[in-house]
Every structure is written in C-alpha cells, then in structure tokens.
Write a protein that binds this ligand. Structure first.
Ligand code: FUB
Ligand code: ZN
Length: 678
C-alpha cells in the first residue's frame, strides 16, 4: 500500500491578491449565496431546483414514519421523472420534483461552502450550512438510506435501476460534501450520515454471497469512497470502491438483469452495450475513452485513486491508456471533452466539431479531477499541463465573469442564429443562463474553484509539488517544523513566478515546480544554494531553504498559433491562438458580424492591442493580422461561376476564451482559416 503524493489541505494555503484570489472570492461572495437561494427556489426567472424542498418532503415522511411506526404506509413508487414547476409554488404537492439526482446539488453546494469556510471563516454561512445539514439528515432512513427520489416515491423500487437512477451517484456526492465539511469545521453530523449511507450500501453490494453485484450507472462513488477511506481509515470503503471498479463491465452484465437494461440490450450489439456507462468491458481492459464524458472521467479518477493506494500496476496502466485516449484523440484545444451532445458523450477519435461541441463544464472539471489523481500517482507535467489548460479555458468559461450565470455547454464556435433555429445546435447557448433544470455544472464549478489550491499543490514526505502557479503563501509540515513559501505569480498573464522562503526556521526539503508545456524558453534565478534537476517536466530544487531565500522563474509567454492534428477534420487548415495557458477567441463585439469571412495571417506574430474591459475587469486584447473576404456583389443566385475571391486587410481582435459571451449574445470563434502570408 502506498499513498505517496497527496493534495495539500486548504489550510496550508493562503491566497494573495491575484487572479485566483479574485475567482475564489467571487465564488464566496456571489456564487455560494446565489446557489443557496437557487437550492431553495427563491430566484425569480431561474429554473427551479426543488433540491431542499425534496429533502424537506422526505424529512416529513421520515417523521411520520417514526411517529406511526407499523401504521406508516410506504409511498408506492411512482416514476415521474422531471416535472415542470406549476406557476403557483404554494400549491405544489408533497412529492419529489426535479431530476433523480437533485440531492447532489446540495452536496456540491455544501462542499463549496466547506472549502470557502476554510479560506474565509463566516459564522453566518456556517449557521446556514448547519441548518441545511439538519434538513438533509432528517430525511435519512433508519437503515442509512438517503436518496429523496426513492424515499418520496417509494422504496419498493430502490436499487431497481442502478444504471440510470443515480442513487450511488448521490451517495458519492454526499460523501464528498460531508468529508469536506468535516475537514473544514470538525462537525461530523453530515459525515456520520454519509458513513451510515455508505455502510448501508456496503451491506448490500459486493463480491460476497447474497450481495447485489451491481455498480453505479453514473460514477463518482468510487473516488468518493476512496476519500472516505482516506479520511476515516476504514478499509471497507476502499474495498467497496475497488469492488465497484472491478465489477464494472464484467459479463454477464449486471444491467442485463435490470428491466431497462434489457431494452438497451436489444438496441445495441455486444461490445457496444453499456459503452455510454463505460461498462462495456472490465475497466482494466479498456483503452478508449467512450460514452458519457462526465461519467468517464469520474470513473477514471476513481480508478487512479485505487491504483495509487493499492499500488496496482495493471490499473495504473489502464489509467494511462485512457488518459492518452482523451488527450491524444478526444480533447478540444480548450481542454474541453465530449464531442457530441448525443449522450453527452465522447465521439470517435478526432471527431471534434467546434459548433456542435458538447464540451460540458462538468466534463472539464472531471478531467481536472483525473489529472490531479494522475499527478498523485506519478508526477509528470503532462498531466499538469492538461489540468491547467482545462482550468483556464473550458472550466472558467462555464461561469460568467460576475459569477451570476453559467454555461453547461462550451462550444468553440457560435452563431447565435443557429443556436435559436438549428435543432442540431439547440444544446449550444449563445449566452450563459441563470440556472438549469439539470444543474450539475454550476455547483461543480463552485466546489472546484473554491478548492483550487488543492489542485495547485500536492506533497509527499519531503517534496512539495507546485503544479499551478498561484499567488499566495503555501505551507508544508516537515515533522514538527513548518516550511512556508510566498509565491508571487503573474499567471495567467505573465510568466514571472517569484518564490520566497518565509519559514521562520530553515528547512531541508525539495520544491518541485512544473515547467509549463506551453513554455519553450524559461529561466530560473537564485538557484546557487540548491541541487537542481529536471524530471518529467518538474524542476526540483533540493537543499536547505532559509528565510528570505528567493528563486525566480521566468516562463516566456509568447503568443502562439496552434494547429490541430490532420485527422481533426473541422480544424484542417485552421489556426488557434494561445498565450501561456489561455486560449483566445474572436467575438463579434470586437470584430463585427460574419467572423467566418476572416482568415488569419499566421506569418505575423499577434500583438497585444491594449486591454478590453469586460464586466468591469480588464483583459488582454490581442491584435491578429488577418484578411477579410470582400463580400461578392449579390448575384441573386446561391451559386455562381468561380471568381478569385478578393480580400481586404483586416485585424482580428481576440480576447481570452473564458471571457466570451459576457457582452450579450454574439458570434464567437476559436479556430480561423490560416491564410499564411499576406
Ligand atoms: O447525470 C448527472 C449529471 O447530469 C451528469 O454528470 C451531467 O452530464 C448531466 O447529465
Ligand atoms: Zn454538468
């Protein structure tokens, strides 16, 4: 067993002014309180959540059950799926509303609250969270079961549709939220509830005779159970996680026994069946990332956790293969994944359409989960590069700059008219929305951003790994001694990273700094005292750190053009622009309409043309040499005889991709035809 490299605790990091402190503050000030209002259906004009309402209804049922004892009549399962809210909220019936996994919105919210409380204690928020926890715990059944969908609709059908009905997904999120809240506050009410639910599941599922041989339809329980194991030291949780991972995809398929599984059996051939759920083959034999993208990366994250803890070489190899399949064949330049809205899924290799991309925010967040776990398994900057790419682009684009609206889908090209009129693009929204009926992404963003330092740093006994370069003070415990470093970073706009040792006592340790893959030229100053080496993209500084000792990394941050592999049909002959980890895009707001008429002149280097103010903040505005097709005179016909096109010189102004769609509905594109020379 080995648990060598783990994320730092949030207590070890104090953010300093800079990009990430601003984002974490935004989540604390805007997103968390807003989401609490949403969870309680108090935001006018936003899709109702029903989340806390469902817990309250389930709680009332549990109370009635306690009071009536044997006389209590269990509700009989009534499948209703999602129901739109009647106009009059007062007259809702006492039943379950929303999606089957609505409970998880609370769990993600409480997880974000927990992280925020560590960085910024707030008694009032903590009181609200404690009250919410009371409501949730009141809904728990005596045996530990806690999923309001079945508690309200009838327990006679619980565990009857593991494939689609998310009970184990809700368990996973509950565990994540509960562990985070316990770690933040020391309060164990929710943790005990989550353990009780996990224990109940453990009593029902597993290899042992008489136990159900099922596994989650939507993964997350795997990684959550590992987290619960790491928090409590209780081996049974690790065993259950491992069971879920290894049982998945074994034949005969468990889901063939489930009613709805039989339907998909008829529709799909052997080998394809259950690909959507990554359950078509045992996970150790899988080599292509397939199916629902969020499910996939959540599974792979759990696999990486188990592989690391149990030092399982075969499982590690499977993780590496699946990682390669994603980043070599199925990832957008923005770090987004999920090429098709059909099944919110990965498409076939190199099928990465820009305007119909699904690219769900949760999927990029899940990719970050997977990346961090790969880093815990084996520090290799290739994982850090992807984690950083997803973070600064497809994750951040999921949230408006003011934290008040969200994208579920993160396309790389948008024509608003198409979003409104073309059914193939109805999933693509030209502006962020206040909330969604299926609101998985916004609370996922909140929990990720408020815990970003745990992605920036991992540590083992004598080494602190810096994967992301955030401004702030980071501490590391070395026996009874505390080492600390102040990091001043200009990322993502400027590649200078100054690291000053601020510990009172000198410390002998290694600091390993990720050299970003996008950086071709870099230098480090102040190294004289250290033994330095470079391995797998990390620069190791080993020696005795004394107060005031300073190392400065300068990562040259040039604006660069990128091209895609020739097999990506949609991007052939096109270029995209990046500067450091940030992908740039052009918007109608800066360039006018008809972005498709622009072609980039990749022979000239893009320049920074000052700044653009969006939602009150300033962002770099790039000026890219281009040419624009002169519109042909109207011929009155759709097709005319070929005439050499005429172009006029033009400038294409580009802004960071994550900041797009913050100025109303407008065209946007990341990839442009490369005209090469003027
Ligand atoms: O099924 C739960 C969540 O809803 C998934 O992770 C998202 O893709 C959305 O379908
Ligand atoms: Zn989502």
């Amino acid at each position: 067993m080995g648990n060598k490299n783990h994320p730092i605790s949030l207590r070890q990091f104090q953010a300093a002014d800079g990009f990430w402190k601003e984002k974490m503050e935004l989540v604390r000030r805007e997103v968390i309180p807003y989401q609490w209002e949403i969870l309680n259906d108090r935001v006018e004009g936003a899709s109702p959540s029903f989340c806390m309402r469902n817990f309250k209804v389930a709680g009332r049922l549990m109370k009635e059950k306690r009071e009536k004892g044997d006389a209590f009549e269990e509700p009989v399962y009534t499948f209703r799926g999602f129901e739109a809210l009647p106009e009059d909220m007062e007259h809702l019936e006492d039943r379950f509303y929303g999606f089957v996994f609505q409970d998880s919105d609370f769990s993600k919210w409480i997880e974000a609250v927990a992280y925020s409380l560590v960085s910024h204690p707030d008694p009032e928020l903590e009181r609200t969270a404690d009250e919410a926890i009371d409501v949730v715990c009141a809904a728990q059944m005596e045996n530990g079961y806690l999923d309001t969908y079945y508690i309200i609709n009838g327990m006679d059908r619980s565990f009857s549709n593991l494939k689609d009905h998310h009970e184990l997904y809700c368990l996973g999120h509950l565990i994540e939220g509960a562990v985070a809240y316990y770690q933040a506050t020391g309060k164990d009410r929710l943790l005990k509830a989550a353990m009780k639910f996990a224990d109940y599941i453990e009593s029902r599922f597993g290899q042992e005779d008489g136990k159900c041989k099922g596994y989650p339809g939507h993964e997350i329980a795997e990684m959550a159970l590992v987290r619960l194991y790491e928090e409590t030291g209780q081996e049974r949780y690790l065993k259950l996680a491992r069971y879920f991972i290894d049982e998945r995809g074994r034949q005969p398929y468990y889901w063939d026994c489930e009613e709805e599984g039989k339907q998909s059996k008829a529709a799909q051939s052997e080998g394809e069946r259950y690909q959507y759920y990554q359950a078509h083959r045992p996970v150790r034999e899988q080599d292509e990332a397939v199916g629902h993208a969020v499910r996939a990366v959540y599974l792979y994250s759990g696999m990486a956790d188990v592989a690391r803890i149990t030092d399982d070489a075969q499982l590690k190899e499977a993780c590496r293969r699946l990682w390669d399949s994603i980043v070599q064949e199925k990832m957008y330049i923005t770090g987004a994944i999920g090429g098709t809205h059909i099944g919110e899924s990965f498409s076939f290799p190199f099928d990465l359409p820009n305007d119909t991309a699904y690219a769900e925010t949760c999927a990029s967040i899940g990719l970050m989960f997977f990346a961090r776990r790969m880093l815990e398994m084996e520090p290799d900057a290739a994982y850090g590069d992807v984690m950083e790419l997803a973070l600064y682009n497809s994750v951040l684009s999921g949230m408006a700059l003011d934290g008040k609206s969200f994208f579920y889908v993160n396309p790389l090209e948008v024509l608003p008219e198409a979003c409104h009129k073309d059914e193939r693009k109805f999933h693509v929204k030209p502006v962020r929305q206040k909330w969604f009926g299926c609101a998985c992404c916004p609370p996922n963003l909140a929990r990720l951003i408020s815990s970003i330092p745990t992605y920036a740093y991992t540590e083992n006994e004598d080494t602190l790994f810096m994967h992301l370069h955030l401004s702030g003070e980071v501490k590391k415990q070395l026996g009874s001694q505390t080492a600390s470093f102040l990091v001043e970073s200009g990322m993502p706009w400027d590649g200078k990273v100054t690291i000053t040792y601020t510990g009172e006592k000198a410390a002998a340790m290694k600091l390993a700094v990720r050299i970003p893959g996008w950086c071709e030229h870099w230098q480090a100053d102040g190294l004289a005292k250290f033994q330095c080496s470079e391995e797998k993209g990390y620069y190791y500084l080993e020696g005795t750190w004394e107060q005031g000792c300073q190392v400065i990394f300068t990562f040259e941050m040039e604006t660069r053009f990128y091209q895609a592999d020739d097999r990506v049909r949609e991007d052939i002959g096109k270029v995209a622009v990046m500067r450091g980890p940030v992908v740039y895009c052009a918007e109608e707001a800066d360039n006018g309409t008809s972005l498709h008429l622009y072609q980039i002149l990749s022979s000239s280097q893009p320049a920074q043309a000052g700044e653009v103010t969006i939602a009150g903040s300033h962002y770099p505005l790039l000026n890219v040499s281009a040419r624009k097709k002169v519109k042909a005179e109207k011929a009155g016909r759709l097709y005319t005889k070929y005439k050499k096109p005429e172009y006029e010189p033009a400038q294409l102004y580009m802004i960071p991709y994550f900041a797009w769609a913050n100025r109303g509905e407008n065209e946007m594109a990341v990839w442009f035809t490369d005209a090469g020379m003027p």
